[in-house]
Design a protein around this ligand. Sequence first.
Ligand code: PLP
Length: 347
Amino acid sequence: MSLTLYVDAARFRANQHRVLALAPEVVPVAKGNGYGLGNARLATEAASLGVDTLAVGTYAELGEVSEHFPGSLLVLTPWRSFEAPQAPNPRVIHTVGRLEDLQGLLGRDPEARFVLERMTSMLRHGFSARGLREAGEWLDANPAGTFEGVAFHLPMTGASHLSEVQRLMTDAVAAGLPATTIWVSHLTDAELASLGRSWPDYTIRPRIGTSLWLGDRDAFTVKASVLDSHEVDRGDIFGYRGRSAPKSGTILIVSGGTAHGIGLEAPTGANTMKARASAIARGGMDAAGFVRSPYSIGGKQRLFAEPPHMQASMLFVPAGSPVPAVGEEIDVRVRYTATSFDRVEIG
Ligand SMILES: *Cc1c(COP(=O)(O)O)cnc(C)c1O
C-alpha cells in the first residue's frame, strides 16, 4: 500500500517543451529525490527532450542517471579531492571553484572537462573576481583539460539579477578566459534574453529543475491508500501515546509517514497549554489537540490523530463526516522535493 505520485504525462511533457521553446540551451537538473520523480526518470525525460547536457547535484548521483541519458553530465557540487571519483570520465563536466581544486583535478585527469564557478551573492561556492583571474593566468601557463565555461549560481529571490550578472560577466572577461558558455541558474526568461543581447559572443545556458519538471502543478496528483479504519467513542484509547478520543469518530490509518517525508513540518509535541493555545491561534491544531495533516478527504483537510508514524499516519475523522473505505485513495499535499513516493505512475 503506497503513497503514489500520479503524473499526467501529456501535461508534464507539454510543460517541458514550453520551457525548452523559451530556453533552447536549457540544462535540465536532476538531483536529490529527482524532484519527486526520481533522477533516473528525469534522465530519461531529458534524453527524450534531446538536450546535450544534464546536470546532477553530486558525484554520487552520476550512477543514477548515466545509463538513462547519453550526453554530457555536469556535476553542480564543486570538485573536491576527497569526494570526486578517481577514475576519469569523459562525459563528466566538473565544477571548480578554487585554484587548488583546478590543479588537483587536472593533476588527476589532464583531459578533464570543467567549468569555473564564480561566487555570487549566494556566498555558496566559487572564485572571487581575483581568484578567477588567478585561475585564468594559471591555465594560460599550464594549459590542460577542456574549459567549458563559467558558472554562476544566483539566489532565487530579490530584485533583478541582471546588474549582478553583468558584473560577474565583466569578471569573467577580465580573467582572460575564452568566450564560451555561461552556465546560470534562476534567471527569468526576460533576464536570459537581455543577457544574450548584451553578450552575443557567449552561449548562455540556464540550469533549470523546478520549472522544467514541476512547472505545471496540475500535472501531478498525490494519493495515499486507506489501510484501516476504526470507529471510536469519546474516551476510547488509541495510538502510540495512549491518547483518548475527544469525541466519537473514526481513526483512519493511511499510507505515508515520516519515511516518506510526510508531516515533518507539522507542529508536534505541543504539550503545554501555551504551545497548544498558540497552535490553535495559528490554525494548526484543533481544540482537542489534533494537528492539521496534509491529507484531505472529499476536499476537506483532516487532522492527525497523532504525529505521523514511519510509514503510516493516523487521522481522526469526526462522526458525521464521510469515511472512505479501506482500499480507497485520498489526496495528500506534499512538497515534491522532500517526498519519497512508493510509486510514480506516468500515464
Ligand atoms: C538545484 C540547482 C539548480 C536548479 O534549481 P531549480 O530551482 O530547481 O531550477 C541550478 N543550479 C544549481 C547550482 C543548483 O544547485
